[in-house]
Design a binder for this molecule. Structure first.
Ligand code: RBF
Length: 300
């Protein structure tokens, strides 16, 4: 059985061997095990895919090694920086070519990490080459209905999470009439209310918002585990996506950061996840479907 392809290049001296090793490591190649046998040794660099290619007609590049990458600009920048750090800027410029379009729907540059040893890096100009790769939800909330289950405990924060979530939903095209806010006393009550909401099958997704403050909450871990387990279980058993927006913080200051100050608004992020999952659900289920197929949704 064929297992893999190895391109072997002899590095003429120890210095070249070290320099090439440093170059490929700098570009993010994974190090293989390598080997040593008496005076000889081999350094190995791994790529996720190998390919033996026979070409009839023009060669895609004069370099004997072609490395396919994503983020060609970044690879080019790293290669140039590496060269500049070894050779100085001027010499580096002579050893690295510009990124150029090829005749085969891709971009390519060639670099000589040591004189006489050239490698070409290339990237498809259209990485999907016209084919959709994945089924993904989009971020349009138009026509989708949401339940926002919000804990009143720590309302100074949960109100901000709610504002963030409403902002995300309305700005993504949800109609006000399709948003229902359900208030519960504390985070402990969120799973039960979320499940009740999901079971009505009036919603495409549930957004759960709360804050558990470690300082205020004895048995913090136990409560948090139960809240997260309950929300997850409701999501699995009802088949309706539930976005998790229950913060767990050490201090109020940390909570403020996550409710609109330094670290964004986690309510907004939870709502964006809910939109994406509701949209994905519709796509997975196919056209014409408006409700998730329940797993055990009819169970009381
Ligand atoms: N609810 C929260 O959402 N966040 C909290 O940090 C929180 N801390 C609590 C601390 C104590 C000592 C108690 C008794 C409750 C706390 N709750 C908190 C409320 C809890 O989620 C629930 O609403 C109540 O326990 C009533 O079931």
């Amino acid at each position: 059985m064929i297992k893999g392809i190895t391109v072997v290049r002899v590095a003429g001296s120890q210095a070249t061997y070290g320099r090439l090793s440093s170059f490929f490591a700098a570009l993010g190649f994974e190090r293989g095990a390598g080997w040593r046998d008496g005076p000889n040794c081999g350094a190995s660099f791994l790529a996720p895919l190998g390919n033996l290619e026979l070409v009839e007609g023009d060669l895609p590049s004069s370099a004997p090694i072609l490395v396919e990458v994503t983020g060609l600009q970044t690879v080019h920048r790293i290669a140039r920086q590496w060269l500049a750090s070894i050779e100085g800027t001027e010499a580096a410029e002579r050893r690295i070519g510009d990124i150029e379009e090829t005749g085969w729907k891709s971009f390519l540059f060639t670099v000589e990490p040591v004189a006489g040893f050239s490698v070409a890096f290339w990237e498809w100009s259209d990485p999907l080459r016209g084919r959709p790769l994945a089924l993904e939800g989009d971020l349009s909330a138009q026509g989708l209905r949401f339940a926002l289950v919000v804990a009143r405990w720590n309302a100074v924060i949960t109100d901000r999470l709610l504002q963030g979530a409403l902002d995300a939903l309305l700005r993504s095209g949800a109609a006000r009439k399709d948003l229902e806010i359900i208030r519960v006393p504390g985070s402990w009550e969120i799973p039960q209310a979320s499940r009740q909401a999901a079971l009505t099958r009036r919603f495409d997704a549930v957004v759960a918002l709360g804050l558990l403050l470690r300082g205020e909450t004895p048995h913090f871990e136990a409560i948090y585990n139960e809240v997260s387990r309950g929300i997850g279980q409701s999501q699995q058993e009802t088949g309706i996506p539930h976005a998790f927006g229950v913060l767990t913080c050490e201090t109020l200051e940390q909570a403020l950061d996550r409710a609109g100050l330094k670290s964004g608004n986690k309510g907004f992020e939870a709502a964006a996840a809910a939109i994406e999952m509701a949209s994905l659900q519709r796509k997975i289920q196919g056209p014409g479907t408006t409700q998730a197929a329940p797993g055990q949704a009819d169970r009381p």
